[in-house]
Design a binder for this molecule. Structure first.
Ligand code: 9MR
Length: 560
């Protein structure tokens, strides 16, 4: 059990890169004026510094004081000591300190695989039999069409489970795949050498792509080959109980085709087509064909919104699993157009992207995906024709404006992270807000080479790994006090004390839409490390994916 002092001293529990900023946040009322860094034996003081002034957090009643030991750069094992408080968790300063986090976050996807056994040599003590085979899936009444009339059965095997539940949703797969593919495209050399010990490790394809292809093949089954439309999800009618995957045998359905699903699918398969070209030409070709068909379907059905409540009034059985409903698909058009253009170089797609440049652009979420297309255009900017280059200043300016705001407000945050500058950062899946802010800052860094952005991105990884008002590391298996009871069915049902590793909890969410026990309820403290709490402690692929990007990008960039 952590001591009182350990619970008062919030820091990245994994540790720090030697030359990077190093900050611990002392919470509560503290009278000491300085802090000390001690060698792990607790005897030798290697560094001392002044504690910053007391700050009142804007997101809770927490008081903080900052201990900044960035000036200390020697590798080793340490504890931080504050007179009158005590000593922190032990942590390391080393160039390798974040590598396990980077690898584990990607390996987390392997543990979400649905239809294959997780063997002990890859899954360790979390090995388990295969889950839902999804080789018999009913076309739901909301999704029947001419060639697939009522009663049609299709196969839709494979893919990752979305989260703590056992359903598979195209919209959420869309942004998750985009984050992983973009991670690869931005750092191909780094990922060529990254191994995560999955069954495909050692083939000629980087592990991150092998992992993504596992889900891609499922996504391809979600397209109706007769018309190019894409089903919104492959799901039970209602959520499974808290059991291991594959235990329940409830019927599975593919549900209603929609515009968001078609465009997210087009974006992912278009990106896959160009990335997989050198590794698997036939698969790349299939992806491009699928992307074009989905796009054409969307052109014919440009605003078919998924509204589960309306659907359930018309069709049986009622579907009550995750909705991922969105009533604005402008950003999906923008993103899909960007991916289609960069893969095909066909200017007709660019024209659509260009039309949407007048729209506002936001930090990426499953509902707001335009920024993913901005990133893709920026990445491809060196190879773009002149007409396209005219828009680049606008795209850069928008990314740099958001990043600039983050930097400007960071010092006012009582935890000095970028995460939490706005109360709204704390919402369902807020951990993905932190990770996506980090990614945006890394694009700003690549554009400017100004290290202020790199360091700000790192501050949000610090947030996720412990420098926050809850004192938890939100990544299972990482840190002295990490999430132990995520709302994740395998972790609940497997009888193993430790949760499945490498999964990112959603984090504080003052909405508290579950009715679980929360000890604290303010925006940055409304977190319940209980299996019950799906609103603050579920895990999800669209939260893990930006963490994969962020942690691995920092690893790839650490020499800079
Ligand atoms: O991440 C989703 C969040 O933005 C929504 O507010 C919430 C309620 O609709 O749903 C979240 O997604 C969940 C999905 O619906 C079902 N699988 C688990 C997802 C994470 O909690």
């Amino acid at each position: 059990f952590p001591t009182m002092a350990q619970q008062q001293i919030q820091l990245n529990q994994s540790g720090f890169y030697p030359k990077a900023p190093k900050i611990a946040v002392i919470t509560g009322s503290v009278s000491a004026k300085e802090f000390h860094l001690l060698a792990r034996n607790g005897k030798d003081t290697v560094f001392s510094g002044p504690l910053g002034p007391e700050q009142h957090s804007a997101n809770s009643s927490t008081l903080t004081r900052i201990a900044d030991f960035s000036a200390f750069t020697e590798k080793g094992e340490y504890v931080l000591q504050v007179p009158g408080v005590g000593t922190s968790y032990p942590f390391s300063i080393s160039a390798e300190v974040l590598k396990p986090v980077a690898v584990a976050s990607l390996k987390g996807f392997y543990f979400q695989r649905s239809d294959m056994p997780l063997e002990e040599k890859y899954a360790g003590k979390w090995h388990r039999p295969a889950g839902h085979p999804d080789n018999i899936v009913y076309v739901h009444a909301s999704a029947v069409s001419g060639r697939r009339p009522a009663g049609t059965v299709i196969a839709s095997p494979g893919g990752w489970y979305d989260a703590g539940d056992y359903n598979k949703y195209i919209v959420n797969s869309g942004i998750s795949m985009s984050s992983l593919f973009s991670a690869y495209e931005d750092f191909p050399g780094y990922y060529a050498a990254l191994r995560t010990n999955i069954p495909e490790s050692g083939n000629a394809i980087p592990d991150i792509l092998d992992e993504a292809v596992y889900n891609l093949r499922w996504m391809l089954t979600m397209q109706d080959p007769n018309d190019g439309g894409v089903y919104h999800k492959c799901t039970n009618a209602s959520f499974d109980g808290m059991v291991m995957p594959g235990v329940t045998k409830l019927p599975r359905y593919v549900v209603r085709k929609g515009t968001a699903a078609a465009l997210d699918f087009a974006a992912v398969t278009a990106q896959a087509a160009r990335i997989l070209q050198p590794f698997n030409q036939p698969l790349a070709d299939s992806c491009l064909k699928a992307a074009r068909m989905a796009w054409q379907w969307a052109e014919k059905n440009p605003a078919l919104m998924y509204d589960q409540n309306v659907m359930n009034k018309q069709f049986q059985p009622a579907i009550t699993t995750g909705a991922y409903g969105d009533n604005d698909v402008k950003d999906e058009w923008s993103w899909a157009a960007a991916e289609m253009f960069v893969t095909t170089k066909d200017k007709k797609y660019y024209d659509i992207f260009h039309q949407h440049l007048q729209d506002s652009v936001y930090l990426p979420t499953w509902r707001n995906v335009a920024m993913q297309g901005y990133y893709t255009i920026l990445r491809a900017s060196g190879q773009l024709p002149e007409v396209v280059r005219q828009d680049l200043p606008v795209i850069k300016e928008r990314v740099l404006r958001i990043a600039g705001e983050y930097i400007r407000r960071q010092p006012q945050n009582a935890f000095q992270t970028v995460m939490g500058q706005s109360r709204r950062d704390f919402s369902w899946g807020g951990s993905s807000v932190a990770a996506n802010q980090g990614i945006l800052l890394l694009y700003a860094y690549q554009l400017t080479k100004d290290k202020i952005y790199l360091h700000a991105a790192l501050s949000n990884l610090d947030y996720l790994l412990g420098r926050n008002a809850t004192g938890y590391s939100f990544l299972t298996g990482a840190g002295s006090k990490a999430t132990m009871h995520p709302h994740h069915r395998p972790s609940i049902a497997d009888g193993i004390e430790e949760p499945v590793p490498g999964l990112l909890s959603g984090g504080p969410n003052p909405g508290m839409q579950d009715s679980c026990r929360y000890e604290k309820t303010e925006p940055e403290t409304a977190y319940s490390d209980t299996a019950c709490s799906y609103a603050s402690n579920e895990i999800a692929i669209n939260w893990n994916a930006p963490l994969v990007y962020l942690a691995n990008a920092l690893e790839a960039l650490k020499k800079e």
